[in-house]
Design a protein around this ligand. Sequence first.
Ligand SMILES: NC(=O)c1ccc[n+]([C@@H]2O[C@H](COP(=O)([O-])OP(=O)(O)OC[C@H]3O[C@@H](n4cnc5c(N)ncnc54)[C@H](OP(=O)(O)O)[C@@H]3O)[C@@H](O)[C@H]2O)c1
Length: 240
Amino acid sequence: MSHPPEALAGRGALVTGASGGIGLAISHALVQAGARVLMVARGVERLAPAAAAAGGTAIAGDVADAGEVERLRQRAVAELGTVPDIVVSAAGAFDLAPVATTPIEAFDRMLAVNLRAPFLLARAFLPGMLKRGSGHLVTIGSVAGRTAFPHNGAYSASKFGVRGLHAVLDAELRGSGVRATLVEPGATDTPLWDSVDRSRHPGLPPREAMLSVQAVADAVLFALTRPPDVDVRTLLLERT
Ligand SMILES: NC(=O)c1ccc[n+]([C@@H]2O[C@H](COP(=O)([O-])OP(=O)(O)OC[C@H]3O[C@@H](n4cnc5c(N)ncnc54)[C@H](OP(=O)(O)O)[C@@H]3O)[C@@H](O)[C@H]2O)c1
């Protein structure tokens, strides 16, 4: 999909999970559209070169940690001179296991990164956006947030949860000038799949039959570039 090259000129954005996969593709697309992009992930050794290549600013931080999210808010305001116009929650954690044998630590980690972090980010940035009367929160959910797949207990719990959080935000933000979009991709070819042992999960689609990160970034850009009187609430993406 093509967008006017400067569709987001003058906008400030913060993207989490920006060192790889979907978050990196979104960061790149936002820079291409003219936005100033702050790119967040924990591991600076992967984030720094990714930000340099995409044309964004690297900021290391753990978005599951409330103190670090507050530090990110302060840093974002210092960098941009105001609360970002756009906050994209694309950080994610993923693991497959039957519920009966899912490690408690894995369950807690997926809830923390996939659900707690979007809540912390909304809580940190919404007051400034609401005061200004403009802003856009984009959250990357998943088809696993509305469909049950075996071995997805923890991941699905987090993604169903984030869909619930989005629905409430959507109701609360009506008429405020602040918009919220939930993008729910099907399986997408990213490094998230690198550590999955496919022999233990034979039903998984091959990597080449998954969505591309570009398709997800295009959907995000579509939502962000609608006129202010159009609210793209949810986008569900599947590979044809
Ligand atoms: N790939 C798929 O098939 C698919 C499908 C539907 C939805 N999604 C969702 O799309 C989003 C992105 O997934 P992806 O496939 O691009 O994953 P990915 O390739 O594994 O990238 C995950 C990104 O999140 C960062 N991250 C992880 N934990 C973090 C934390 N606590 N704080 C800050 N950053 C953190 C990682 O960097 P560090 O490890 O350095 O922090 C990395 O940049 C996730 O929400 C995922 O659930 C993915």
